[in-house]
Design a protein. Structure first.
Length: 261
């Protein structure tokens, strides 16, 4: 299999818990600003997350609304307007510091950079949303941390299609087994696996118990060594978080299991 050359991270739900208190709130603010009498509560938004992409969620939701435009072209136009306003509202929420990184994420990023493992963001959210969040935590030069950033505008097909991962691998000029992905949703896992990239699942607020297929490890988050499958042993230095050598362990274990199969 060779050495691990890149760690590819999903954005929403993986790098940060952006959905419930970020994107959902921003959508509701956009509805109000545009004079639409709609409101997505937590449960309804959770169901909409089965649809990948903000504009796609809007289009899906409008199909069941009697007060949505009748013509498809009018729905397209309204979705574009709402989504653009939602991204502005989201950027303001992020700038206000209401959305933290998930615990353990920044530590693992630093460890990767210290060990020449390249970092990538592989998401189908918009580039403006990625920019808004990353600038808050890593400053105006945030992109220097990442060898590749693939966003929704960069692909024709969103997750669970593997295009985002295939594009990231092509830009990095590496094979799929030289990378490991971190995702939180079944759709994200499916995208990584369809591109043959080994994937780790960090459970998120909206996907706490979903069935996922083909992950090399599943656990509650990078902040803890407890609750993972396959299990992690206590770290000899007393560290309580998931470390880069744990990612390498899960990757090597996958290779061994494949050879024995």
């Amino acid at each position: 299999m060779g050495e691990l050359k890149a760690l590819l991270l999903d954005m929403d739900g993986t790098i940060a818990e952006t959905e419930r208190d970020g994107h959902r709130v921003a959508f509701n603010l956009a509805f109000a600003a545009c004079g639409m009498p709609w409101n997505w509560d937590e449960a309804h938004y959770g169901r909409l997350l089965r649809i990948t992409g903000g504009r796609e969620r809007l289009m899906h939701d409008m199909r069941s609304r009697s007060d949505a435009p009748m013509l498809s072209s009018d729905r397209d136009e309204l979705a574009a307007t709402l989504h653009a306003r939602k991204n502005l509202e989201y950027a303001q929420l992020v700038a206000g510091g209401s959305i933290p990184l998930r615990p353990g994420v920044a530590d693992l990023m630093r460890e990767c950079l210290a060990n020449d493992v390249r970092l990538g963001i592989v998401t189908t959210t918009s580039r403006s949303n990625v920019e808004a969040l990353m600038r808050v935590f890593f400053g105006p030069d945030w992109q220097k941390r990442f060898a590749v950033v693939v966003c929704g505008e960069d692909v024709q097909r969103k997750k669970p299609d593997p295009e985002v991962y295939q594009r990231a691998l092509a830009e990095l000029k590496i094979g799929p087994l030289a990378a490991v992905a971190i995702e939180d949703s079944p759709g994200g896992v499916a995208a990584a696996r369809a591109a043959d990239v080994p994937v780790i699942v960090t459970r998120s607020e909206y996907f706490p118990n979903d069935t996922v297929e083909g992950a090399i490890a599943i656990g509650p988050g990078l902040h803890t060594r407890s609750g993972w499958r396959p299990a992690l042993m206590p770290h000899p230095e007393g560290d309580t978080r998931v470390r880069l050598d744990d990612v390498a362990y899960w990757r090597q274990r996958m290779e061994l299991v494949s050879e024995l199969a």
